[in-house]
Ligand binder design. Structure first.
Ligand code: DX5
Ligand code: ZN
Length: 221
């Protein structure tokens, strides 16, 4: 099943509550929060207080995509803020089994994000432990980054691993998902599509119709 996850860092920060309600009505399946700390990536976005303030605006799941150094120090705050999925970058964790198992005890889903240049074998051993792989199709840190076509074969490889292991792991793709790239990414095996600056939020505006298009019209090449 195709799921659309609007990237909240691309929304209008002066009216996030209203935007979330509109996005839910337009067919969003979950919300993607890009958490950046100025350490792992050269940008700073939002912290757990923002998620907490938005938590009662929708009942849809919140995915906290943690682009931070030492995520183990802050995961608890994001769970307390109402995140349902905690997505950790493989490049930021030294003891992934320990952290994933701790998160699972807190009854949240766990995603592992992987940068464009990180080989898939880095995450392969973790697949039986997690709920989602988030494949970065751009270098993380900013909306509107340039799409890296090599990630398509990476998605295909992850899909094969998931199928071979009969695992219940969803594959998300983050960055550069638009009308042109979407059918290729879905064909390769992605089912969670992060909607950012080239789909749902073009030129800083909200385009609600893109959510339906991402699940229908844009799938057909
Ligand atoms: C990039 C973020 C993405 C970003 C996607 O570092 O993780 O979630 O908002 O936006 P676009 O679609 O603009 O690449
Ligand atoms: Zn993201």
């Amino acid at each position: 099943m195709i799921k659309v996850s609007p990237s909240i860092m691309c929304a209008d920060f002066s009216r996030l509550g209203a935007e979330i309600k509109k996005l839910e009505k337009a067919g969003a399946d979950l919300f993607h929060f890009d958490i950046m700390d100025g350490c792992f990536v050269p940008n700073i976005t939002m912290g757990p207080l923002v998620l907490k303030a938005l938590r009662d605006k929708t009942s849809l799941p919140f995915d906290a995509h943690l682009m931070v150094c030492q995520p183990e120090k802050i995961v608890k705050m994001f769970i307390e803020s109402g995140s349902n999925i905690i997505t950790l970058h493989i490049e930021t964790i030294f003891f992934p089994y320990r952290l994933i198992r701790e998160l699972k005890k807190e009854k949240v889903k766990v995603g592992i994000a992987i940068n464009p240049a990180t080989p898939v074998f880095h995450i392969e051993p973790l697949l039986p432990e997690i709920d989602m792989v988030l494949v970065m199709a751009v270098e993380p840190g900013f909306a509107g980054g340039s799409f890296i076509p090599a990630v398509v074969s990476k998605i295909r490889k992850i899909k094969e691993m998931v199928e071979r292991g009969r695992l219940n792991v969803e594959i998300g793709v983050d960055g550069g998902v638009n009308e042109k790239t979407l059918p290729i990414l879905v064909e390769a095996g992605a089912n969670i599509l992060i909607g950012g600056s080239t789909s749902i939020f073009p030129e800083g505006k909200i385009r609600l119709s893109a959510i339906k298009d991402m699940k229908g019209k844009w799938l057909k090449r």
